[in-house]
Write a protein that binds this ligand. Structure first.
Ligand code: DOR
Ligand code: ZN
Length: 347
């Protein structure tokens, strides 16, 4: 049987939620990843160091005994965030960066930044203290077509931010367009992007295949095939600016299958297998290790993991659902067959 042995991977963009949902989804991530960057968009956002430390503690308490897993915390930028907070956070080992959500761009983003051009004093502090800025790069302008919101964010805001703060380390989170790939490629190495499995595997047609498909709806929304191809090319190019960030974003079945369903795909159940599928389809499986295990820690200046995991070429079928507290959740690819099986950590 064919198998792949690789350095243990990390997830550089993850939503874990809280309470019963956290308990239900965390084991999936801990099973495959050694570390994960935890998004701060809880219903009451993680805006202070105390919030982040308490949230980190709630996560750590739920790690299964005998498992090693490190949550890397982020703070949520608001109009009220101060340069002093950036300074305090820079001294704290467990906070890895600040997340910029334009207000209203996505789930739990209403307390986000109302104008990304008006917080240059914060970019200055982040740059000076060398704290990474993680960006949900979409404009919220209702005049802009939803499929163009990433491209518009780059031209309206990001290009200027990058120009004005030449040392600021930036992650364009969950890049979804050819334009984002091009932009990141053209920047210096301090600008990187995470890529999700759904944006590598699907284009926007899946959202309407035979009916409306809420479990494939996430933000930024899936784009045209040419964008998917550009993302897959970037992921499998060996360019260290592009690395793994699942954006696994759990919402219960009732939250998804609704007249106004939530954005987010749950991918933690088969994260590495989904990426392996995408990479293998273009004959680039040998590029998976760099993407999943090297370029993320290199960007964040953390040590690479030293232990290893194995994937085996063995078909399995993704369950139709998983338990989620008192409810259930439909995972990405429910009912579909995958060619690779995660067979655990090597001892
Ligand atoms: O689809 C998404 N879901 N995109 C985001 O930016 C947020 C996330 C969530 O928290 O549900
Ligand atoms: Zn996200």
């Amino acid at each position: 049987m064919q198998s792949i042995s690789m350095t243990s991977p990390d997830d550089w963009h993850l939503h874990l939620r809280d309470g019963a949902i956290l308990s239900a989804v965390l084991p999936h991530t801990v099973n495959q990843f050694r570390r994960a960057v935890v998004m701060p968009n809880l219903p009451r956002p993680v805006t202070s160091i105390a919030d982040a430390l308490c949230y980190r503690e709630r996560i750590i308490q739920r790690i299964q005994p005998g498992r090693e897993f490190q949550p890397l915390m982020t703070l949520y930028l608001t109009d009220a965030t101060t340069p002093e907070l950036v300074k305090e956070a820079s001294k704290t080992d467990c906070i890895i960066g600040f997340k910029l959500y334009p207000a209203g761009a996505t789930t739990n983003s209403s307390s986000g930044v109302s104008d990304p051009d008006r917080i240059y004093y914060l970019y200055e502090a982040l740059e000076k203290l060398d704290v990474p800025l993680l960006i949900h790069a979409e404009v919220t302008d209702p005049q802009i077509d939803i499929f163009d919101r990433e491209k518009a964010f780059i031209s309206r805001h990001l290009a200027e931010i990058v120009r004005n703060f030449p040392k600021l380390r930036i992650v364009l989170e969950h890049a979804t367009t050819e334009d984002a790939v091009q932009f990141v490629e053209d920047c210096s190495p301090r600008v990187a992007a995470t890529l999700t499995p759904q944006h590598l595997l699907y284009n926007r047609n899946i959202l309407f295949s035979g009916g409306i498909r809420p479990h494939h709806y996430c933000l930024p929304v899936l784009k045209r095939e040419r964008h998917r191809k550009a993302l897959l090319r970037a992921a499998t190019s060996g360019n260290p600016k592009f690395f793994l960030g699942t954006d696994s974003a759990p919402h219960s079945i009732s939250q998804k299958e609704s007249a106004c369903g939530c954005a987010g795909c749950f991918t933690a159940h088969a994260a590495l297998e989904l990426y392996a599928e995408a990479f293998e389809r273009v004959g680039a499986i040998e590029y998976l290790e760099g993407f999943a295990s090297f370029y993320g820690p290199d960007f964040y200046r953390l040590p690479r993991n030293t232990d290893r995991v194995t994937l085996q070429q063995k078909n399995w079928t993704i369950p139709e659902s998983y338990p989620l507290g008192n409810e259930s959740i439909v995972p990405l690819g429910a009912g579909q067959q995958l060619r690779w099986t995660f067979s655990g950590r090597e001892s």
